[in-house]
Design a binder for this molecule. Structure first.
Ligand SMILES: NC(=O)c1ccc[n+]([C@@H]2O[C@H](COP(=O)([O-])OP(=O)(O)OC[C@H]3O[C@@H](n4cnc5c(N)ncnc54)[C@H](O)[C@@H]3O)[C@@H](O)[C@H]2O)c1
Length: 427
């Protein structure tokens, strides 16, 4: 049996799959401040759908102990005899797109209060380069009274999971690791290597590992912004963007990015972390922020395209009933955080349309709580003046569109998943 005991702080999309994986080989305590989440997890249910109930139940243990398995708790005392603390709390931005480090600081205060000599604290939350050592370590030192790299140590290992993706699960994605000294880097790397079957990559420093993560998502954001710009250009020219991308994609080094709405808590957020830090160093990042601006404006663009098509079909926009297919930020996943579908909805509402939201994945209460919109998990089969397929949930490919449309109805396919006989246009 492994003598290491691991605490995972924050049991969301990232923390729970990691806790479950470590719990196959170690004694793990999952700690979260959300009581509802802990109750749900201890009964073997994961509402994020990242860990199947049977898989979760197979590692759950009834009480905090040294036995292999997972025990979930909201009580700080339950993590006090761990020797590895892995922090997986959210790192969002505020309404002005400034990084919010509050959960990270609060989690560091909590860990600091139970930290003991020899312990290692590993951060997994996505941050800008320098956040671990400049923001989190001082909090750990202050709350523990211990000295960094003398009494306790740190690591940073960014997460690369993709919610809803059942193929690239945490164990099957190569993991970047790092440590606050070369010896600790090796220790952190060895720890992850015991459970990550895809292997690990030990980065030379914590800052390198932090920077690597934030540029992975920034690179995706910029590439998507480029194809969004192409979509706008080709729409003006009357050329089908997807046909162009397919043709260009026959070249061996053409990158297969698609136009779309960029939501969620990673690609649409992380570039702001990098941009903020660059600005602190007196550098104004032009390309990173141009990508963000382009992608953040796509919701309004989609709405304007739908309205143009309705006008072309002599459909009155004011008072029109529009069906929005999907509100989650991505397909086949219940995550609605930072979804940009709400930008399409609010823009259509500004034109005076009535928008009905159908999403078989989104939790209706959560949609209402976060955005004030009513969404339904059941489709209301009636005729709509326009349909916008905003998210590529599998269920939308099976709908009977003839029952939802009349001759003049507009079907706009943001994700380009419907056949050309059903839709009027794609993004
Ligand atoms: N979701 C993804 O696909 C993904 C992928 C890679 C990296 N990340 C990064 O991982 C981090 C976590 O993201 P997530 O999607 O798992 O977030 P999440 O919102 O799903 O989960 C975070 C959990 O942390 C808990 N929490 C908040 N403050 C806490 C505190 N002080 N102490 C203990 N628990 C606390 C919340 O209650 C929640 O259950 C973020 O930095 C994110 O950018 C996310």
């Amino acid at each position: 049996m492994n003598k290491e005991k691991i605490a995972i702080i924050g049991l969301g999309y990232v923390g729970l799959p990691l806790a479950r994986l470590f719990a196959t080989k170690y004694a793990v305590v999952g700690f979260d401040i959300n009581t509802k989440r802990i109750t749900e997890l201890n009964s073997g249910i994961d509402s994020t759908l990242e860990v199947e109930d049977a898989v979760l139940k197979s590692v759950l243990k009834p009480a905090n102990s040294e036995d292999t398995g997972l025990y979930c708790s909201t009580i700080l005392d339950d993590i006090k005899d761990c020797n590895y603390y892995i922090v997986t709390v959210p790192t969002p931005v505020d309404k002005n797109n400034k990084p919010v480090l509050v959960p990270l600081i609060k989690a560091s205060e909590a860990v600091g209060s139970v930290l003991r000599k020899g312990d290692i604290v590993i951060y997994e939350s996505t941050v800008y380069p320098g956040a671990t050592e400049e923001e989190c370590i001082p909090v750990l030192e202050k709350n523990s009274g211990l000295k960094f790299n003398q009494d306790f140590y740190a690591g940073y290992s960014p997460e690369r999971i993709n919610p809803g993706d059942k193929e690239h699960t945490v164990d099957k994605i190569l993991k970047v690791t790092s440590g606050s000294t070369p010896e600790i880097g090796k220790k952190v790397d060895d720890l992850y290597n015991t459970v990550i079957t895809a292997g690990t990559y030990l980065a030379p420093t914590i800052k390198v590992a932090e920077a690597a993560k934030v540029i992975e998502n920034s690179q995706r954001d910029i590439n998507i912004a480029f194809v969004n710009e192409l979509a706008k250009i080709f729409n003006l020219m009357g050329i089908n963007t997807h046909d162009v991308l397919e043709a260009a994609g026959t070249k061996w080094n053409f990158l297969p990015f698609k136009p779309g709405l960029v939501g969620g808590h990673c690609i649409g957020v992380d570039p702001y972390y990098l941009a903020q830090k660059a600005q602190e160093y007196g550098y104004h990042p032009e390309i990173i922020l141009a990508g963000r601006k382009m992608n953040d404006g796509m919701g309004a663009y989609v709405a304007s395209e739908v309205v143009k098509l309705m006008i072309q079909n002599d459909v009155k926009v004011k008072g029109a009933n529009i069906l929005m297919l999907g509100i989650t930020f991505k397909e086949n996943c219940p995550d609605v955080r930072n979804t940009k579908v709400v930008d399409v909805i609010s823009s259509l509402e500004e034109f005076g349309a009535n928008v009905t939201i159908f999403d078989p994945w989104a939790e209706e209460q959560q949609v209402f709580k976060e955005f004030g919109y009513t969404s339904s998990r059941k489709i209301n089969y009636k005729k709509y003046e326009a349909i916008v397929l905003a998210v590529a949930h599998n269920e939308f490919k099976e709908l009977d569109y003839s029952k939802l449309t009349s001759d003049s109805s507009v079907v706009y396919d943001v994700k380009n998943v419907l056949s050309r006989t059903i839709k009027n246009k794609s993004l």
